[in-house]
Design a protein around this ligand. Structure first.
Ligand SMILES: NC(=O)C1=CN([C@@H]2O[C@H](COP(=O)(O)OP(=O)(O)OC[C@H]3O[C@@H](n4cnc5c(N)ncnc54)[C@H](O)[C@@H]3O)[C@@H](O)[C@H]2O)C=CC1
Ligand SMILES: O=C(O)CCC(=O)C(=O)O
Length: 390
């Protein structure tokens, strides 16, 4: 049977062409078993009953209703690191544009394009666009995940003194971090010391408005803030005050809104961080592969709401995938139901992540609807998915 995929945003052909003949794209989300999405907000959307998975071709998942998806047993994937280089390069460009008035200079040339004496006049005018160099300046990187690590390492390579803060840094992130990046455990140190501060954290309740009046008050006069992560990490009203007073020299952001675009000292790009051929291809490829693997085998890799769980090909007649609350005796109850129905489990795998768990069980015979209903009746089970072996 053909599996239908709906794209909520344009997804790179490089990824879509990996879909085998068992798949087709559909314009109707209500017909889709899976969704590919970039930044489109899914919060107000009705999720189709037969939706099995959503793959975010990118990093941030604040556009997806994760709790709702979890309770419906919809697996949400993202593509860790796939666009990190694209964002890193824009952040480095942002730092350079903040340090030198490159934008002002370009505007001046455009405005004076008809000037016959432009060669002479520019030598008189250029002093107003002069700037500083980033070499030797202090950069604070908040969030040392895929992007933060790359930004920190690149900036260290450009001769900046780099300070990194991430209380939840992964082992992998720590291994990849240049030894020239100073590890900071108190965020205030970044606020107090740095000439440039760049944000690379997800938008969560704990990070929302982390750049606010109190944080800004601790910073050096003339600090540059770079926000290529998410709009709501910065309190716009507090930023406006800081720009007006000169506390912040420039606010570089990838997230313009009607308030931000009117602020003095803002240089904004229209959410371009991941808009490179390479990042779009990497994200699409990873997202499509994650979806196909999950839809075909039940194995989960890079999910943000369910644990990673990988199983070799089905060793029975069919495979049951159970989504449930992570609490005692769930596996015992699943096994009891199958045992009472005379069904053997030749292979199984159970993984948990925080408050949820996921179990894959291979069954040595067809599993009748009655058994699925009994599994669904177990308190804490969100969903049971049945897959036929190839
Ligand atoms: N402008 C754009 O087009 C793009 C923006 N982004 C944004 O950048 C964010 C980061 O992306 P990645 O680095 O790929 O994600 P990631 O998940 O690899 O890294 C995020 C890091 O933030 C850390 N973190 C979480 N809470 C923190 C806190 N309170 N203080 C310090 N660190 C904290 C985590 O431990 C993790 O290491 C995404 O969530 C997304 O919002 C990502 C890609 C493209
Ligand atoms: O897909 C995009 O262009 C946005 C990328 C992004 O913001 C992310 O990956 O979090």
């Amino acid at each position: 049977m053909t599996t239908r995929i709906h794209c909520l945003n344009p997804i790179s052909e490089h990824g879509l062409k990996l879909l085998t003949e068992d798949y087709e794209l559909t314009d109707k989300i209500e017909d889709a078993s899976a969704v590919l999405v970039r930044s489109a907000s899914m919060h107000e959307m009705e999720l189709p009953e037969n939706l099995e998975a959503i793959a975010r071709a990118g990093a941030g998942v604040n556009n997806i209703p994760l709790d709702k998806c979890t309770e419906k047993g919809i697996v949400v994937f993202n593509t860790p690191g796939a666009n990190a280089n694209g964002v890193k390069e824009l952040v480095i460009a942002g730092m350079l544009m903040a340090a030198r008035d490159i934008c002002g200079g370009i505007d001046w040339v455009r405005e004076n394009k008809e000037d016959e004496n432009i060669c002479k006049d520019m030598e008189k005018s250029k002093k107003k666009f002069a700037g500083t160099e980033i070499q030797g300046k202090r950069l604070g990187v908040i969030g040392l995940g895929a992007i933060g690590v790359e930004v920190a390492n690149a900036a260290a390579g450009l001769g900046m003194k780099v300070y990194g803060y991430d209380p939840f840094i992964s082992v992998n992130g720590a291994w990849q971090l240049s030894c020239f990046v100073k590890h900071v455990t108190d965020l205030n140190k970044i606020f107090e010391k740095c000439d440039y501060i760049t944000l690379h954290v997800p938008l969560l309740d704990s990070t929302r408005a982390m750049i606010n009046k109190e944080a800004l008050a601790k910073m050096k006069d003339g600090v540059v803030i770079l926000n290529y992560a998410r709009d709501l990490l910065v309190d716009d009203d507090d930023m406006l005050e800081a720009l007006k007073s000169g506390k912040v020299h420039r606010y570089m952001t990838d997230f313009p809104n009607p308030k931000v675009t009117h602020m003095p000292g803002v240089i904004a790009t229209p959410h371009l961080g991941a808009s490179t051929v390479e990042s779009e291809e990497n994200c699409a490829e990873m997202a499509v592969k994650e979806l196909m693997t999950y839809l075909e085998t039940g194995s989960i890799r890079n999910s943000v709401n369910y644990p990673s769980c990988e199983m070799p090909p089905c060793r029975g007649i069919c495979r049951l995938c159970v989504f449930n609350i992570n609490k005692p005796n769930m596996i015992g109850q699943f096994a009891s139901v199958l045992a009472e129905e005379g069904i053997n489990i030749p292979d199984m795998q159970n993984k948990s992540k925080g408050e949820v768990a996921y179990t894959i069980m291979d069954a040595d015979q067809e599993v009748p609807q009655r058994v699925i209903d009994r599994l669904m009746e177990i308190d804490g089970v969100y969903k049971v998915r049945v897959m036929k072996a190839e």
